[in-house]
Ligand binder design. Structure first.
Ligand code: CAO
Length: 425
């Protein structure tokens, strides 16, 4: 079966997490992703958070599946020649270097588009044009500047970052959409274009509901926030909302049986209005179905602490999975708080390929996340990440068409060697 992006060749200059997330998605959809890495060094994550000495880290392997790796010193004159040839042969160049790096390398957009007018150049930066455009950015900086941290956590505590990598992986997803959109546009114009996604913008896009609430604040308190029922006045900015639901249906995390010893014995429970009467029956409060203080959503808003307290009395009598089974029978929206251990062992996620076991030549078997986006006619098989420079000669020969003599010449130029090796030679 042909994969959706078969025939698309990506020149992958990405590193760390945000850019590699993007190019891994494109590789899963069938693009030929050629990751260009610094000789001897490679993507810095190969050596970060290493659990096994001298073996590519899980950080690297889990973000670089289905790619080929070549090493190339793009500051070396011969390396620049090779890069120029690669630009001619590729459809998309993806990078998430610090600001100005591509220009300093001698490959600004104007030069790339002159070499290959069909080339799409896709970039992730921390910030868009403006006062911070020259700043380097990592995940948590983006979470803080994109509105996530100020709205995450509890109102009486410090801002919090979330474990979901919305700045890095979230922006990688945004960029991937920009790339396929530009590829589609190219089918009509014949021309490439620049695609940029700033991490601050990506996080803010994911925090859209909080900008919604910021504007609602001008018209009165946010009645679905717990602090409304607690009588705590609102300030002039959206407060942190704890575990309140971000939508119009109040929800909370509630204790389940075993919470005293199990840090994840909790369930998320949503008091969705259409199933309110079923909720009353399940928790043993049938009188609330008609009582004026509880029957209608607006009447319940100032009483959410009391209502969720009563529901929690019920959830504490069940394990999170028992509660889930019972509530699902009545179409009451809920979800157990799953630990990473439980997710790793979940057989249904294995069956769909969302959690996959991958074999690696130096690491052995490890678990990874497969493509979360499923296409019926373009299935994703997860191939192990490449070793550093594993495909250098293959790409020089097969993609660029270089002869053995030319490949040997490139090797002897030092363009494929670590800088310290060149110095020693
Ligand atoms: N050959 C020769 N040199 C190479 C090379 C190659 N194949 N690949 C990279 N380099 C060089 C670059 O030319 C650059 O050198 P100069 O600074 O001398 O121009 C350097 O390596 C890379 O610079 P960098 O700024 O990208 O890397 P850093 O480790 O200093 O910063 C990061 C990392 C992530 C903070 C920065 O890249 C960044 O802000 N990126 C954009 C935002 C982003 O994606 N952040 C998320 C990262 S994931 O948490």
């Amino acid at each position: 079966m042909t994969k959706a992006l078969t025939g698309v060749r990506i020149l992958d200059f990405t590193h760390v997490q945000s850019g590699p997330t993007c190019t891994q998605l494109l590789a899963w959809f069938g693009a030929d992703v050629i990751k260009v890495e610094r000789p001897g060094v490679g993507d810095i994550t190969r050596g970060q958070l290493q659990d096994i000495p001298k073996v590519d880290s899980l950080y690297f392997t889990m973000l670089n599946h289905n790619k080929r790796s070549i090493t190339l010193d793009t500051k070396n004159p011969k390396g620049k020649e090779v890069l120029t040839e690669l630009i001619k042969k590729c459809d998309v160049l993806v990078e998430n270097f610090g600001p100005g790096v591509l220009d300093r390398m001698g490959f600004p957009w104007e030069k790339i588009t002159a070499i290959n007018p069909r080339m799409i150049v896709a970039s992730i930066k921390g910030f868009g044009p403006g006062p911070y455009e020259d700043c380097k950015v990592y995940e948590n900086v983006a979470q803080c500047t994109g509105g996530a941290a100020s709205t995450t956590g509890f109102p009486d505590d410090v801002p919090l970052v979330t474990g979901a990598q919305i700045g890095d992986s979230g922006t990688g997803l945004h960029l991937a959409l920009g790339i396929v959109t530009a590829l589609y546009h190219r089918t009509k114009t014949g021309k490439g274009q620049r695609v940029t996604a700033a991490m601050q913008d990506g996080v803010l896009n994911l925090c859209r509901v909080k900008l919604r609430d910021q504007q609602r604040l001008a018209h009165g308190p946010l009645t679905e926030y717990s602090q409304y029922g607690e009588g705590i006045p609102f300030g002039d900015a959206v407060p942190r909302a704890g575990n309140d639901s971000g939508g119009g249906q109040p929800g909370r995390i509630l204790k389940c049986k075993g919470w005293e010893t199990d840090p994840n014995a909790y369930i998320y429970f949503i008091t969705q209005a259409p199933v309110w009467e079923k909720i009353c029956d399940v928790i043993g409060e049938p009188g609330w179905k008609t009582h004026p203080d509880y029957a209608k959503p607006a009447a319940r808003l100032p009483r959410l602490n009391e209502i969720f307290g009563r529901i929690e009395q019920w959830t504490m009598t069940k394990t999170k999975f028992e509660a889930m089974d019972i509530l699902n029978e009545f179409d009451i929206p809920c979800g157990p708080i799953l630990s990473m251990k439980e997710i790793a062992e979940d057989q249904s996620l294995r069956a769909t390929g969302t959690v996959v076991e991958v074999d690696h030549p130096t690491r052995g078997k490890y678990l990874s996340i497969g493509n979360p986006i499923k296409l019926s006619d373009s299935p994703s098989d997860v191939q192990r990440s490449p070793l550093l420079g594993e495909h250098t000669d293959e790409v020089l020969r097969d993609v660029l068409g270089f002869s053995d003599h030319q490949v040997a010449e490139i090797h002897s130029s030092g363009a494929l060697s670590p800088p310290q090796k060149q110095a020693a030679e």
